[in-house]
Design a binder for this molecule. Structure first.
Ligand SMILES: *[C@@H]1O[C@H](CO)[C@@H](O)[C@H](O)[C@H]1NC(C)=O
Ligand SMILES: *[C@@H]1O[C@H](CO)[C@@H](O)[C@H](O)[C@H]1NC(C)=O
Ligand SMILES: *[C@@H]1O[C@H](CO)[C@@H](O)[C@H](O)[C@H]1NC(C)=O
Length: 404
């Protein structure tokens, strides 16, 4: 097995060495619309002729002493040699404002009376990702979450998903790629917005040199006035070297209420001692905020938390409702309980009164001599559970019903 591997390896090395003239290919990534240099150095002897090929097509030839021999590719006049350094053995090729048309395999061939040398350069052109946006939109008539990036080359991969995962049918993912005149891509991906989900968008460059992560969460929480409240904001991934910004929006006014920088560990707050981080130093990307004794009028509203780090952004928008304090609620609810209790008691009293009246009419007359004693007894009419009515009650009723 190992022997077979070694053989395969040897054969591959031999093939590569043979086709590239013993020098390994050099990879160069040119930045879109910026200048780019393809290296080619040689041992200068004085009578060299330099040839540059792109995909086996000659684009430049140069003879030391007599200057430019030929530039066959007239349509590509963005390439040139640094003629002033050729005598010192530097035949590098200069590409101005590189673009997609400059990608490919280049060959630098230097022939001289002494020896020939050859270099291969693989050129990639890249317009890196500069920003990724993840936002909610209503353009299609229903709420959607849209992730987009623009001016990227080659077209990046955009992956938009939710946590917890939802079946793709429910989300109706839609992705669109568009190229501008210069061939740079704008890519956007949209999915339906459902409640209580975290939306995560990953944008990866074609050559996998960059991955941008962004997430968005919207929710609503309720709290009681005067009771400490935690507003969660933890990134779905571990974060280091991040900045945290909490802003508060009420009506049309928005302001930053708290900021924290994990690198300097410095925080600032316009609400002074009223707010603090739940986790010490926002460990691992937990930017959850604690509000101490929030008040209904001042502190109910929209809280936006943004955790940002290199190529990473996590945003949580939390609508905070604050209900009246426990004490107020208790008095309110006890009033509410009190009303039905009173009604029941009144009804019970009336019912009992009715029963007693009937009963008394039938057999209370004989007890009238104990009236005085009965008046000293407590009245127990509210005890609706006792099925048998006591003599006392009966007597009291008799008294009440007596004409003065
Ligand atoms: C390159 O060629 C184009 C047309 O072929 C021409 O318009 C342009 O001026 C040239 N640029 C340079 C720098 O020579
Ligand atoms: C060759 O010359 C170019 C242009 O001056 C320079 O950018 C490059 O670094 C040089 N290469 C070497 C190996 O000296
Ligand atoms: C965070 O910043 C420090 C100091 O600049 C650096 O040494 C470290 O590598 C950074 N860590 C990450 C994950 O970027």
């Amino acid at each position: 097995m190992a022997a077979a591997h070694s053989w395969t390896c040897l054969i591959l090395v031999w093939i590569i060495a043979d086709t590239t003239g013993k020098t390994p290919d050099v990879q160069v990534t040119c930045m879109f619309s910026e200048d780019c240099v393809l290296p080619c150095v040689f041992e200068a002897v004085g009578d060299e002729i330099i040839y540059w090929f792109r995909q086996n097509v000659l684009i430049h030839s140069y003879k030391h002493g007599s200057g430019l021999l030929d530039q066959p590719d007239q349509h590509n006049n963005r390439t040139s040699l640094f003629t002033e350094v050729i005598s010192s053995g530097n035949a590098s090729l200069h590409i101005q404002k590189s673009g997609p048309q400059d990608r490919g395999k280049y060959r630098c061939l230097v022939t001289s009376s002494r020896k020939n040398s050859e270099h291969f350069i693989i050129v990639k052109v890249e317009a890196p990702i500069h920003s990724v946006s993840l936002e909610t939109t209503r353009l299609s008539g229903f709420e959607e979450v849209k992730c987009s990036t623009r001016d990227v080359y080659p077209a990046p991969r955009v992956t938009l998903f939710t946590e917890p995962a939802v079946l793709p049918d429910a989300l109706q993912t839609f992705t669109r790629k568009r190229a501008d005149k210069q061939d740079r891509y704008s890519v956007e991906s949209k999915i339906r917005k459902l409640n209580d989900l975290t939306y995560i968008c990953l944008v990866q460059s074609f050559y996998r040199s960059q991955t941008w992560r962004t997430s968005l969460q919207e929710k609503e929480i309720s709290s009681i006035e005067g009771q400490d409240l935690n507003i969660p904001c933890a990134a779905p991934w571990n974060l280091q070297n991040f900045t945290l910004t909490w802003s508060f929006t009420k009506g049309h006014e928005s302001s930053t209420v708290y900021t924290y920088d994990s690198l300097t560990q410095l925080s600032s707050s316009v609400w002074k001692e009223m707010v603090r981080l739940v986790t010490a130093r926002g460990q691992g990307g937990d930017g959850s905020l604690q509000l101490l004794m929030p008040m209904r009028l001042e502190h109910a509203g929209l809280y936006t938390c943004i955790l940002s780090a290199l190529r990473t952004k996590h945003e949580v928008r939390t609508r905070v409702n604050i209900t009246p304090s426990t004490a107020e609620r208790q008095s309110e609810s006890s009033t509410q309980r009190w009303i039905p209790a009173t009604v029941i008691t009144c009804l019970a009293v009336s019912a009992v009164a009715a029963i007693v009246t009937i009963k008394c009419k039938v057999g209370c007359s004989k007890s009238s001599q104990t009236l005085e004693a009965a008046e000293m007894q407590p009245i127990r009419v509210t005890d609706t559970n006792s099925g048998a009515l006591s003599e006392d009650t009966c007597l009291t009723e008799e008294i009440a019903n007596r004409p003065a």
